[in-house]
Ligand binder design. Structure first.
Ligand code: FAD
Length: 291
């Protein structure tokens, strides 16, 4: 059933990087909830796996001295949504993590695997796009910091270079401080379903005005996207009904929605408009505002 020829299980990151540099054909496995399905579907022949599970500290979540939050790539979704730092400072990521899969999947699946798998439906992606997260990509002789917004390359494709491992996801203080938000996952059923559409809003509002608004969408284009036209329109505007409706229209225009068996293009566009507005209103409410 599985064409696995070998599993390497390094216990340090350096060891893993060396093994990967010596043999870039190794297939990284984290929680395995995507890799094993792909193996079962015959996507790889005679694959040699490089498991990250025994590497200590790769699942740590910490608040750094300058206020940056570091999330280890091997943090499972359960570990993420139960973490105090995440709950206190990045509650929208908690919402996204809880909405993912079911309990068994959330215990196994890692946030790093969710990003590196490149799926447009990845539940962590829209929220991390809206928090302007950076990815730390480490190889044997290099470290790159890449904005997550530049990491996706197409459906199921990300810009990992040979020998690179994602080790951390970083969110700087100015990207979450005094921000509220909301994540909405719309799917055919409540549990164990992939999103038909997802929206993550992060905003800073004050005295009835949008200082900063970020809207990201999943499953509305070949990759997760930010709705920059909607965001630019909102800046400095008071949050009246008309403003929020116009933002919804701009969000719809940013999308490159398509037909799929989960939902038609027209239905997705309707969802983008309505759910963006709903998430914005909830974010304003959470900031103590009224609209
Ligand atoms: C029943 C079921 C339900 C699911 N429901 C959802 C859902 O609701 N929402 C959702 O978003 N997803 C869902 N998924 C998909 C999957 O669980 C997630 O994408 C998960 O986060 C993948 O993480 P993983 O640790 O299992 O990754 P793996 O399967 O181990 O790896 C995924 C990919 O990332 C690469 N990779 C992993 N870690 C790294 C790293 N640190 N550096 C470089 N490359 C790496 C691997 O080589 C592989 O290509 C579901 C899957 C199943 C089986």
């Amino acid at each position: 059933m599985y064409n696995i020829t070998n599993i390497l299980e390094p216990i340090t990151l350096n060891e893993a990087l060396r093994m990967y540099s010596d043999n870039p054909k190794l297939k990284i496995i984290a929680g395995g909830s995507d890799v094993l399905i792909q193996l079962n579907h015959g996507k790889f022949d005679d694959v040699e796996l490089l498991s990250l599970r025994k590497i200590k500290n790769l699942n740590n979540i910490s608040l750094l001295e300058d206020g940056t939050i570091s999330i280890g790539a091997m943090s499972s979704f359960s570990n993420t949504f139960r973490n105090e730092i995440i709950n206190k400072y990045l509650p929208v990521l908690t919402e996204a993590a809880v909405s993912m899969g079911g309990p068994q999947i959330r215990n196994m699946a890692t946030i790093g695997g969710n990003i590196c798998n490149g799926a447009v439906s990845a539940d962590s992606a829209p929220t991390l796009f809206s928090y302007n997260a950076f990815l730390k990509l480490v190889s044997i002789d290099n470290i790159r910091m890449v904005p997550i917004n530049d990491f996706y390359d197409g459906p199921g494709r990300v810009k990992l270079q040979p020998g690179e491992i994602l080790t951390e996801i970083l969110i700087t203080k100015e990207n979450y401080h005094k921000m509220t938000g909301n994540y909405i996952k719309f799917s055919n059923r409540e549990a164990m379903d992939i999103a038909m559409l997802s929206v993550a809003v992060i905003c800073n509002v004050e005295n009835g005005v949008f200082n900063d608004l970020r809207i990201s969408l999943g499953v509305s284009a070949p990759t997760p996207i930010r709705c920059y036209d909607a965001e630019n329109y909102a800046k400095g505007k008071s949050f009246s009904k008309e403003t929020i409706e116009t933002i919804g229209q701009y969000a719809k225009k940013s999308a490159k929605a398509r037909n799929s068996w989960r939902g038609s293009k027209a239905y997705r566009e309707h969802l983008i408009n309505i759910l963006s507005q709903r998430a914005i209103k909830e974010a304003i409410k959470r900031a103590g505002g009224k609209c």
